[in-house]
Ligand binder design. Structure first.
Ligand code: 13P
Length: 256
């Protein structure tokens, strides 16, 4: 059985004080669980403080992005090796906010995915369609393009050390969640697409759902067979909400 992952993407939120408070509430409530892995992805400047505070290891830490380059004259960028050196386990690559604002295309995201793995990090590869894509019936085509770029560049075997997050762009921060049926359909599509290249890798691959996941809709999403946890934005900034989502994942795993 796949071990679910619930990861909080804090995006550009937090402060030293707010982070300390949030992490102390989270670590007080969580034990390392065999059933569900938990991670937080704070802004890069806060990673070291978060890691120091979370040294028990029940909650892992990840970056929100990494460079596709190893080192050098790339002002403002952070190398995957640096994230690994300070103690990160994961890094998000290809988040839709970066695809939109930093104009990251799928080839660039694929290079970041490869750089992350070369550094020993587990990439959380985000894919997902815009509302216009969905309305035009292009959801599968968009997701396939984003996924295939990485499958082609990194090889399917690389996906046994990676996580995919399906985040419909229209559901991010909007309060609109994909219905369980809509999410289930795309998750099954992603798994089938990986399975067409390697069935074993596809069966072991964790596919998270992201987009307005809250404590009260998490159970319905996590009950679906191809949803292996969540990538949580807004609700990961509130201890009670995030703990509620983790508990929903634990309950879903217990039901099998
Ligand atoms: P929200 O949970 O705020 O919709 O954000 C989802 C997301 O983008 C996580 O990466």
């Amino acid at each position: 059985m796949r071990k679910a992952l619930v990861a909080g993407n804090w995006k550009m939120n937090g402060s030293l004080d707010a982070n300390r408070e949030l992490l102390s509430a989270l670590s007080g409530a969580m034990q390392a669980s065999d059933a569900v892995a938990v991670a937080v992805c704070p802004p890069a400047v806060y990673l070291r403080d978060a890691l120091a505070q979370l040294e028990s290891g029940a909650i892992a830490v990840g970056g929100q992005d990494c460079s596709d380059e190893k080192s050098g004259a790339f002002t403002g960028e952070i190398a995957a090796d640096m994230l690994k050196e300070v103690g990160c386990e994961y890094v998000i690559v290809g988040h839709s906010e970066r695809r939109a604002r930093q104009h990251e295309d799928s080839a660039w995201v694929a290079r970041k995915f490869i750089a992350a793995q070369a550094a020993g990090l587990v990439p959380i590869l985000c894919v997902g369609e815009q509302l216009a894509d969905r309305e035009a019936g292009r959801t599968d085509a968009v997701v396939a393009e984003q996924l295939d770029a990485v499958l082609d560049a990194a090889g399917v075997a690389a996906f046994d050390r990676a996580v995919v997050a399906y985040e419909p762009v229209w559901a991010i921060g909007t309060g609109l969640t994909a219905s369980p049926e809509q999410a289930a359909e795309v998750h099954a599509f992603i798994r089938a697409r990986v399975s067409a290249r390697d069935q074993g890798v596809a069966e072991g691959l964790r596919i998270l759902y992201g987009g307005s996941v809250k404590a009260d809709n998490a159970a319905g999403l996590f009950a679906l067979p191809d949803i292996d946890g969540g990538l949580i934005g807004g609700a990961s900034l509130d201890a009670a909400s995030f703990i509620g989502i983790v508990n929903a994942a634990v309950a879903a795993q217990a039901r099998g």
